[in-house]
Design a protein around this ligand. Structure first.
Ligand code: GLA
Length: 735
């Protein structure tokens, strides 16, 4: 029997569902409000009495349009803080007496630098909204684009010069996100450096501006373009994995970028994001336009766990090639840590044979196969097979690898050139430079100016040839340094700064064209590890190299930070030899289980493995294949953080809820204390599950089946002892 309370809940739920299904984007003409609904959040902005767009609400889903009121610009606070600064503009141009971060700043040909954008028109098509705005005087048109996805809203803008004179754009932001006005919010972001990427930082937001950015020409190891803001709950505590309001956003751009996280004197808390304004100057001739990157935002009122799961699902469904039904990532072997530059046909064949035996599905030859590439001093740019190492070209190796049942992938670094290379001797002008000035080398290499069309076409041509002539199904696309002396003399002084945008666009174009021409080709984005990970590159690559640091304990933290923004499917994680970074040696099982929480790769020197190592690896890879869909495409629950204690535990639950897998790691036992009880999540409390531990003796309760209620409420005691102990437990729905 359905009770009336249940009926009314059902009614409310259906009202929400039908509002979303029928009308994710609405214009309430009587109130001049735009309402954008995701599955769980509502975003509202409107036209105020000045005909300017003004933010109204972003947060948990509202279902009653009648509750919403029209927007009115905020009053002046004093002669020092006028309405332009106290009003939360939806896409403010820099003009009037505005002192907060603008979304757009321009200089017009006549020297005018004042920009005031007002509404012109809008169009709604299903889940997209396009709003046209224009300066009050000049024909400078800014079109705001919104796309509503189930859990995320995308915004970007297009700036179009419809005047008869050139315009210089000095700041072009994708947009600004506001959380409800207030104090005491907390900011989360991902900070790092080479070999120490995606470290989660959480700090209170104070009045002023905190800038998160890359000025490096690429996404950077230093900061990743993702943020989250959570609100203090009752009693002053912040959101955790399961509770609390979290607003989050990520930028889809692999060039220099910037987030300005601001708390204004009037308690507006806002994040403006887009192209980095540093050294920015983008001239637009009459008729030309500039499109900003996309800025994605979402909201969760179930803490950081749900926020990440929303982003993971979004990235898998709408960003990564292949969509939600993409086949799981193959287990790969990569030669880098085993051989470094010492690759040759016989040596690679030996490794391939051993890799195939343990269950590897893709064999990747890393650096060293081309030109005079015997170390990192020479060869970059000379993309022909080294005849000494591969006298008969790549075919014999590829055929051998294919014969072993694996596909073949290869390392490339298309954007780089060593001064000691035939390419540089022939085209020294192709390297990014300011004429007559020093050219700063890093890892003995310079950057090819990919903004140039000739360099772009040359690069596409050799990559296309390499992939067309060989059965190569995977490229590891590397980029091992950041910009220096970012000159583009051929563009002329007025246009040189366009390099910050055009370089990245051309890299995107090359990848996009390659993928169209070679639909089976898969690509990994690597930039000395995790230097180019963002939703822009993820639209065109299948996975990313998380970090050059493959030391398993460090990896727990690097991977944890990564998981806040990006899905496990895209996170390449290798098992490698020890001692590794920090001089640390962890057991092979520990290294395997850490790597199995992402897309598994093997990077060991298999020539040094013992029979025992091979046996363990074979078992682990077989286990991984049985759970990888759940890990890569399921829901992640971070149960114990490596930042908080001696235990790290993560659980993955398949989309259909039938399979779950727990990974638990003890870093270092102290005082003989047992590892804390692990309470599982994401299960059906009324269900019964089969429990299979890698090592059944590690399960204190010696269970073979358990109810969801027991697993979630009583929890599992996993007997982890000593240093670097680890366990994986499979939980499968039985009833
Ligand atoms: C970068 C990558 C490594 C490896 C080397 C090769 O450092 O991150 O994985 O490919 O380049 O030179």
């Amino acid at each position: 029997m359905i009770k009336s309370r249940q009926l009314s809940r059902l009614g409310a739920l259906l009202a929400c569902v039908s509002a979303f299904a029928a009308d994710p984007v609405r214009y309430l003409s009587d109130k001049k409000l735009f309402v954008l609904d995701t599955a769980n959040a509502t975003y509202v902005f409107g036209l105020n009495e000045r005909n300017q767009l003004q933010h109204a609400y972003w947060g948990k889903k509202l279902w009653r349009d009648a509750d919403l009121a029209s927007v009115h610009s905020a009053a002046e606070w004093a002669s020092f803080d006028g309405s332009a600064s106290t009003t939360p503009g939806e896409y403010p141009g820099w003009g009037s007496n505005m002192y907060t971060e603008p979304c757009l700043k321009v200089t017009l040909a006549d020297g005018n630098r004042d920009l005031v954008l007002t509404y012109v028109s809008h169009e709604i098509h299903g889940d997209t909204l396009v709003v046209v705005t224009k300066d009050i005087q000049y024909n400078l048109v800014v079109t705001l684009h919104y796309h509503v996805y189930p859990g995320v809203i995308e915004k970007h803008s297009v700036i179009e010069n419809k005047t008869t004179q050139p315009v210089t754009v000095e700041s072009a932001q994708a947009g600004v996100w506001y959380v409800p006005p207030g104090d005491g919010y907390r900011l989360s972001y991902l900070n790092g450096r080479w070999a120490g990427e995606t470290q989660l930082v959480q700090e209170e937001i104070h009045p002023g501006v905190k800038v998160l950015e890359s000025r490096r020409g690429t996404t950077s190891h230093q900061t990743n373009p993702w943020f989250a803001i959570d609100a203090p709950q009752g009693g002053g505590t912040y959101a955790d994995q399961e509770h609390g309001r979290v607003w989050f956003g990520a930028l889809g751009w692999s060039g220099s970028w910037k987030f300005s996280v601001e708390q204004t004197p009037h308690q507006q808390v806002r994040v403006t994001g887009g192209y980095n304004t540093f050294d920015f100057g983008y001239p637009l001739q009459p008729g030309e336009q500039l499109e900003t990157p996309a800025f994605y935002g979402g909201f969760s009122d179930h803490g950081f766990g749900e926020a990440s799961r929303m982003l993971h699902h979004f990235a898998r469904e709408f960003i990564l090639p292949g969509g939600v039904s993409a086949k799981p990532r193959p287990v790969l072997y990569n030669s880098w840590e085993a051989t470094e530059f010492k690759v040759d046909e016989p040596g690679q064949k030996v490794l391939a044979e051993k890799a195939a035996k343990i269950g590897v599905e893709r064999f990747v030859m890393d650096d060293g196969w081309f030109g005079a590439r015997n170390d990192d001093h020479a060869g970059l740019g000379d993309w022909y097979v080294n005849p000494r190492k591969f006298p008969n070209g790549l075919q014999p190796l590829i055929q051998y690898v294919n014969g072993l049942g694996m596909d073949f992938g290869i390392w490339v670094e298309p954007e780089m050139v060593n001064p000691n290379s035939d390419l540089y001797r022939k085209h020294p002008d192709w390297a990014m430079n300011f004429p007559g000035r020093p050219r700063t080398e890093a890892r003995h290499q310079l950057i090819l100016n990919m903004a140039r069309d000739d360099v772009k076409e040359y690069t596409f041509a050799w990559l296309d040839k390499l992939v067309s002539e060989n059965n190569i199904t995977f490229l590891k696309w590397d980029m091992n340094r950041n910009f220096s002396e970012p000159g583009w003399p051929e563009a002329g002084p007025a246009n040189e700064k366009k390099i910050w945008v055009q370089y990245t666009r051309n890299v995107y174009e090359i990848i996009d064209r390659l993928r169209v021409k070679h639909p089976k080709l898969e690509i990994e984005s690597c930039s000395g590890g995790g230097g180019r990970i963002d939703l822009g590159i993820l639209k065109r690559v299948d996975e990313v190299w998380t970090s050059d640091n493959t030391e398993a304990l460090d990896r727990l933290r690097i991977q944890e930070g990564f998981s806040y923004a990006y899905p496990a499917q895209a996170m390449m994680a290798w098992v490698t030899d020890v001692p590794n970074f920090n001089g640390r040696s962890t057991p092979l099982q520990f290294r395997f289980l850490v790597a199995m929480m992402g897309s598994l790769g093997i990077g060991n020197n298999l020539n040094k493995w013992t029979g025992e190592d091979f046996a363990l690896a074979t078992r682990m890879i077989a286990h991984y294949k049985s759970i990888r869909r759940t890990v890569q495409q399921g829901k992640l629950y971070r149960l114990f953080s490596p930042h908080e204690g001696e235990l790290t535990a993560n659980q993955y639950v398949s989309e259909d809820g039938k399979q779950s897998v727990l990974f638990a790691f003890l870093h270092s036992q102290q005082y003989g204390r047992p590892a804390p009880t692990i309470h599982l999540r994401g299960l059906d409390e009324n269900g019964v599950y089969r429990i299979t531990a890698l090592d059944p003796n590690k399960l204190a309760e010696k269970l073979t089946t358990a109810s969801g209620a027991f697993l979630q409420n009583h929890g599992l005691d996993v007997l982890l002892v000593g240093d670097y102990d680890s366990e994986s437990i499979l939980i499968e729905r039985a009833e």
